[in-house]
Design a protein around this ligand. Sequence first.
Ligand code: ADP
Ligand code: MG
Length: 696
Amino acid sequence: MSPADTKEIYGSLVFNEHVMKERLPSATYKSLKATVQKGQPLDLDVANVVASVMRDWAIEKGATHYTHWFQPLTGITSEKHDSFISPMKDGTAIMEFSGSALVRGEPDASSFPSGGLRAVAEARGYTTWDPTSYAFVKDNTLCIPTAFCSWTGEALDKKTPLLRSMKAVSDQACRILHLFGKDIPHIDVTVGPEQEYFLIKKEHYEKRQDLILTGRTLFGATPAKGQELEEHYFGALRPEVSSFMQDLDRELWKLGVAAKTRHNEAAPAQHELAPIFDRCNVAVDHNLLTMEMMKRIAPKHGLVCLLHEKPFAGVNGSGKHDNWSLSAPHMNLLDPGDTPMDNLQFLIFFAAVIKAVDEYQDLLRMCIAGAGNEHRLGGGEAPPAIVSVFVGDDLSAILDAIASDSEYVAPQSVKIDLGVDVLPKFAKDNTDRNRTSPFAFTGNKFEFRMPGSSANISDANTVLNTAVAKELKGYADELEQGGDFDKNVIALVKRTIRDHKRVIFNGNGYSKEWVEEAKRRGLDFQPAAAEALASMIAPKNVELFEKMGVLTETEIRSRCEVKLEHYSKLRHIEAVTMMEMTRRQLIPASVEYMTVLADGIRTKAAACPGISCRAEEKLLRQLTSFTDAMSDDADGLEGQVERAERCTNALERAQAYHSLVLPAMDALREAADSAESICGREHWPLPSYSEMLYYV
Ligand code: ADP
Ligand code: MG
């Protein structure tokens, strides 16, 4: 593909602004634009025109079907395809797509998790078009990004609360901006998610039932070489990885996903893709598409893409850094400018984020909690399960000065070689390099580093938007009372910093000391996913979501239930997979090898009476003991799974999976990994860590 082609294909499968402007009658275009910009409802006449133009365009792109593309509570995206075909009486057919089919769909929703929101008998739910995210053609199907609700209006998906939270933060930010004399109808939340992933050979993947069924290796002895040499990060790409990345970029560009940066990550066989940031809901949709494309394109290159947070024990897990900011036309609200001390508007938005993170630490922890991330957090190269904010030394000094009423001394002015004093400037780069913080200010945006690689980041952004909206609301309520505006703003910022200073931490978040220090500061530390998830229904959190119009109590309770159930189900699948692999693959392999050893000893002794068989006998004994342990531990695991399954309450069941089943899984793994490390290579049925991570 030539660089010129790149320009040509970018967005070629997207019904974007350019296509709309070119193809829609101008009145229709204007009214659709008003809908998109101001959130006005779409009139059916307009929808009919849009639908017919969209259909013709999609057919030109090879589409035969259309689908409402939505984000259910578990899984990533869902789609049910309908063809455009409409048969006529004379035996022919026309291609039909009406405005009502564009704006509303009715998938049979009975099998989607709803956490008790919907009994199966009243399973109807409907999808509605989100016109702020462009429709696109994928797999010869016109995909229409939609939100998914029940007939009684409850959100059944992840997009609906996200859109509500974007509105909440926009409304409150506009109130603040109004106080600064800026009248702006709405502001945008911008998000740029960096996606980490692993690529391994398809032939290895296919031999591992654990990877196929659970996305991670449940067994695997530690390889002789881990990531200690740190040679993979930004290293040269393997040829098949390079061609995968080129193919992926090309497909993403066609879909209008601005894939920008690609490189090798810290762990062997780990990589990253970062797009250029976009409006929050669009960035989420694009991230979901990116994950789907990664999975789909890898096999064409003989590879499989693993999006699990911890596919391999002992090496880095994968995350999804959520870069987040607020943007008004021509202005990033989190840009401190050259002199943040004098920039009251920046300080107030910045303070609101600090306050939000401190008051809703538990919710930020909750929204990234899950079975996969439970293995990653606190592991190498991942932040611990404690939420804190990194602001960098310069900003810290500014905040300290404000909080203590002392004078702020800017960093030394820099002399350049002309001998001219340069004005002291805020050194943005200083803020950029703490990689150990879960929530870092990186110059003009915050980077939330806790979300896991497989997550739908709607959850993380919904929480972030809602919590910040609530703090901005509190500030606006107070400042609108009148008085000396500048003084009041400073007082607010000062109070915020004083009250919420504990959440600011610029040190090494990976260190053991930090866990102790965080406890002393009274910060939440919740390593287990189940408890973290349950915090969603804490009264203060229910109040937050309700007050900001993002989720009702019923919706929150159902979501919490779904998340807890999902956790238990995933652990259940993992445990059962382990038992099955142990009993049907690993023990038989081990027994087979032991038989070879025993036969060998007998043959050897017969051929040469009195000969030493010490090595073989030693191996036989060791392997016997590991194999016995595997057998016992598999039975033990089965018992713990039965105990967990007996719990009728979702939280208790998830807790039981964590506290009873996980340790039993660890024990079984230890026995199996010990057996692997001494079993003959030809006899062990699973590709080893070395083979998978260091493929050539
Ligand atoms: P690093 O790896 O150094 O953290 P990357 O360049 O890989 O940085 O990714 C940074 C991400 O942050 C990109 O997706 C980028 O588009 C995004 N980003 C930059 N500015 C903003 C902003 N104002 N709002 C949201 N995301 C942003
Ligand atoms: Mg990066």
